[in-house]
Write a new protein. Structure first.
Length: 349
């Protein structure tokens, strides 16, 4: 199968298992199509079930799914979407589609909503710190939402074949289950598995464990740090964030395991668009970040924080600043892909 000719095909349903904090299984973190719930059925029943089969048949026929709009919108801006990135990454596994042999080799398990931050762009389903606000809005969920009500032993049946695990939350670095899974990987000597994280990078220790000591044992660790602004602005957008602690943690990582891939992944919104170039340049100039290690997440909701809701004058100012930043990137020999990241921001407006 040639994926380049496919407009809507996505390989994820053949290789990817995503379990949300509620226990619900979706095609990916950007698509809320319901495929099952691990609190009601086994992973095997869900993975081989009718809902997954319908989704695979739909994508194999290259039929669009309206719930994939997040990817389609990103693609329309000229930026590479999760769909496109996944198709490229797992082109080697296209035989699973052709032979009808799906296998979960890429896990994205959101064990819970436990989090020590209360970010303006988040909600109680993704952060336990938002519980009180959620309760005011008659939210039925408890403070702590857990994907697996008992244990996740069934997940371990697949672990020997897994190539990649993505940890997010909540905040994965303060989740008990995250460390239990890492211990299991160590027991089975599965240090080759790619570990990817979306983390607020606020702490490097949990109980008696230091995450840097654990990461050093694995061959490939990829850290995406969620940080939206410098100094006070970053702390204002993400309640619980401490700029000085973030810098301290980054320096500690560079001292202990500099080989680990580290990038920042700002959520680009009306709250930080004018500060975005400053954030990038500060970290690069202070040798805390490779100039090419940044990935921009465009916020879609809440709509009042979406870039498209900017006032005309502010939008003009933002465009001017982004263009100046693009020139700085060129002068400092940034990768063309990173330069395009910021060009896509102009398109997104």
């Amino acid at each position: 199968m040639t994926l380049r000719s496919k407009k809507h095909f996505c390989i994820l349903p053949w290789v990817h298992l995503h379990v949300a904090q509620s226990g619900k299984v979706h095609p990916c973190c950007n698509n809320n199509r319901y495929l099952g719930n691990v609190q009601e059925n086994s992973i095997k029943e869900i993975w081989n079930g009718e809902q997954f089969k319908k989704l695979r048949n739909q994508f194999e026929a290259d039929i669009a799914d309206k719930r994939c709009n997040h990817c389609y919108n990103i693609e329309n801006s000229g930026k590479e979407s999760l769909r496109q990135i996944s198709n490229k990454k797992y082109q080697k596994d296209i035989s699973r589609v052709e032979e009808n042999n799906p296998q979960p080799i890429y896990l994205d398990i959101r064990f819970s909503n436990i989090c020590n931050f209360k970010c303006k762009t988040c909600w109680h389903g993704n952060s336990s710190a938002w519980y009180e606000e959620g309760s005011k809005n008659n939210a039925s969920e408890n403070r702590i939402i857990k994907a697996f009500t008992n244990d996740f032993s069934e997940l371990l049946e697949y672990i020997d074949e897994v190539e990649e695990i993505y940890f997010a939350g909540g905040e994965p670095l303060i989740m008990e289950e995250h460390y239990q899974l890492l211990e299991e990987l160590e027991k089975r000597n599965l240090h080759h598995i790619l570990l990817r994280y979306n983390t607020n990078f606020s702490t490097l220790s949990f109980k008696d464990k230091n995450i840097l000591d654990i990461w050093r044992k694995f061959k490939n660790v990829h850290i995406s740090a969620s940080i939206d602004g410098t100094f006070n602005l970053g702390e204002e957008i993400r309640e619980g964030f401490n700029w000085n602690k973030f810098i301290e943690n980054r320096k500690q990582m560079l001292a202990v395991c500099p080989e680990i891939y580290f990038e920042i992944t700002p959520t680009v919104s009306t709250l930080n668009i004018l500060n975005l170039p400053k954030l990038h340049q500060y970290l690069v100039k202070n040798n805390l970040l490779n100039i090419d290690n940044i990935y921009l997440n465009f916020l879609e909701r809440p709509l009042n924080y979406n870039l498209k809701s900017l006032q005309v004058e502010t939008k003009k100012e933002a465009i001017k600043m982004i263009k100046e930043h693009i020139n700085w990137l060129k002068i400092n020999f940034a990768n063309k892909l990173i330069i395009n990241e910021f060009k896509y921001t102009l398109n997104y407006f």
